[in-house]
Design a protein around this ligand. Structure first.
Ligand code: HEM
Ligand code: HEM
Length: 201
């Protein structure tokens, strides 16, 4: 890639890929703190965190797109279709890992779109899509990175860091599951007022 100049686009894509993954991690933790804050009756803080969560979610989608689309200029031969349609890349060993990233991107877009049409589809359906879509976005993004990243080979420090930062995510999910089993569902309670939550606005 060096002689053809494609290395810049490739390195740019790799760097933005890491920012996207870190952003996804943060967005997930911000999202998961929302029901916990509601439970603690921190409605002002919850409103602020919800606003932040919506901003980081939209930025996340933009980062994912930049990471993928930059590859069109890396002179490896992949066009726009190959980076946006699963199984289209010319690089055969990359088909599965790339498809994981592409599906993660589409799931994130689906979460975003359904938020803005939540009144039409109903807050229960939105809540359900959000609850089950979120782990898909995140797990697919991490899986994609583990399989495809050239900076994260077996035994690298970055790989260990990636595993270590999953500890707060697992902890937050366990706290969420514990909370659900001790209270009624928070995200999709049919007809229950939810304070400052924007899904009923
Ligand atoms: C543009 C896209 C998105 C918007 C507008 C959005 C908005 C929201 C809102 C308003 C809530 C609070 C629901 C409530 O309790 O009232 C929420 C919850 C949540 N969001 Fe998002 N979100 C988006 C994308 C994402 C993404 C990409 C992730 C993860 C990577 C995520 C993770 C979460 C989590 C974990 C919760 C808590 C769900 C639960 O109760 O267990 N969200 N989101
Ligand atoms: C349309 C979707 C996607 C495409 C086409 C795509 C493509 C690629 C490719 C070709 C690589 C290999 C680069 C290398 O050799 O290191 C890669 C690595 C990577 N991707 Fe993606 N990806 C997509 C989605 C995502 C998403 C959603 C995330 C995270 C939120 C992500 C994060 C990463 C990271 C962190 C790496 C490792 C970069 C490195 O090794 O330095 N990708 N991706």
């Amino acid at each position: 890639m060096l002689p053809s100049g494609g290395i810049w686009a490739y390195s740019w894509s790799q760097a933005v890929g890491w920012v996207a993954l870190a952003w996804c991690w943060m967005t997930l933790l911000l999202g998961i703190s929302l029901p916990l804050l509601a439970r603690l009756r921190q409605s002002r803080l919850r409103g602020m965190v919800e606003h932040l969560h919506r901003c980081t979610s939209l930025t996340l989608i933009a980062l994912m797109l930049v990471h993928a689309v930059a590859l069109v200029w890396d002179t490896m031969g992949d066009g726009l279709a190959a980076v946006l349609v699963p199984w289209m890349t010319a690089y055969l060993p990359g088909r599965f890992p790339q498809a994981l990233g592409i599906v993660s991107l589409y799931m994130a877009v689906l979460l975003g779109v359904t938020f803005y049409i939540r009144r039409r589809i109903g807050s229960s359906l939105w809540g359900m899509l959000h609850r089950y879509g979120v782990p898909a976005v995140y797990v697919l993004a991490v899986w994609h990175t583990l399989l495809y990243g050239s900076d994260i080979k077996d035994g690298s420090a970055l790989r260990s860091v990636l595993w270590i930062v999953q500890i707060p995510v697992v902890g937050a999910f366990l706290a969420r599951v514990w909370m659900s089993s001790h209270t009624r569902s928070h995200l999709a309670p049919p007809g229950r007022p939810m304070g400052r939550s924007s899904i009923h606005r």
